[in-house]
Write a protein that binds this ligand. Sequence first.
Ligand code: ZN
Ligand code: ZN
Length: 200
Amino acid sequence: MPLPDFTSPTTFKTFNTIPSTLDSTAPSESYYLLAEIKENLSLTRPTLICSDLSSTSFALTWSELNASPHQSDVDFKALGLKKGNCILLPNAKRTDSVDEGKQGKVVIPGGKYEWEAQSGLKVIPGKLEKVVEVGQDWEFTVVEGENTCGNCGKEGEELAKCTGCRGVGYCSKECQVKGWTEGGHKSVCKIIKSFKETWP
Ligand SMILES: [Zn+2]
Ligand SMILES: [Zn+2]
């Protein structure tokens, strides 16, 4: 499956452009809500404060998950649901607050066992800026880069793929090391890997 268009505002929506749960018309096209996790504000219910593509903050919570000060139903950290990572939620809807001035939120239906499968929620391990960068450069770095060294640009079929993401190839050990450090592959390798899993 090809990657969705990361430059399209109709494919990658924001908290303010996703439909409300009061809107019963089915969306004509599928879309994603993409946002970076800024804070874990779980009190009685697991709650993550996220910031979307327009830097709007909203709360993400689960309808049937419980949290106590000491323990949650779900180990958020183990699932990667932590500050500095992104969430990707297909066809998300916004729950509008009846209280004027109080911000709405995104509620994922379900509890401990169905919470991930039902909603299609994915964690993308990286900051929003980097996630968007990888998405927009995908054709060039991963698709067209198939037979091109990710560091020096040398073409060839004998490229060794990065063992982390298997998305970028290098002509030599030296190029791989340079690509990882100076080339910045270190900050995008996990993102590339999760994109390949999300859109195989
Ligand atoms: Zn090279
Ligand atoms: Zn890699």
